[in-house]
Ligand binder design. Structure first.
Ligand SMILES: [Zn+2]
Length: 119
């Protein structure tokens, strides 16, 4: 499953970030992930994989929040720019296929929400 390999990388990144935060008293509450639609992920599968992969780690119990970024492309022929809504990559103006993708390839952790323990 595509989502599991994406999630393995994600959890590795998150745990590395957490480790760099020192060994203070904290708990990870939320991971905010930005994913471009080009990755064609199923958010539910990613969330499920995240829960499984963080189960025995310091990130246990945290929530994965996914922000999906629409695919935006620009036509190299006529200069049209707009959102692509299906897998058919054609220009919305001239129907040409020579498009440059300007958004939708994103895949990164936007931020981590950490909570300090009492005591
Ligand atoms: Zn065009």
């Amino acid at each position: 499953m595509h989502e599991v390999s994406i999630c393995e990388n994600l959890v590795t990144t998150v745990l590395k970030e957490l480790a760099q935060g020192g060994k203070g008293a904290w708990r990870l509450k939320k991971t905010r992930l930005v994913v471009g639609l080009l990755h064609q992920i199923v958010p539910e599968s990613l969330t499920f994989a995240y829960e499984v992969l963080t189960k025995d780690t310091p990130a246990k119990g945290s929530v994965l929040e996914i922000r999906l970024v629409p695919i935006v492309a620009r036509c190299r022929v006529c200069g049209w720019k707009g959102e692509i809504h299906d897998s058919l990559f054609v220009c919305g103006a001239c129907s040409g296929g020579d498009l440059e993708t300007i958004a939708g390839k994103e895949l990164f952790v936007e931020s981590l929400e950490v909570e300090e323990h009492d005591g």
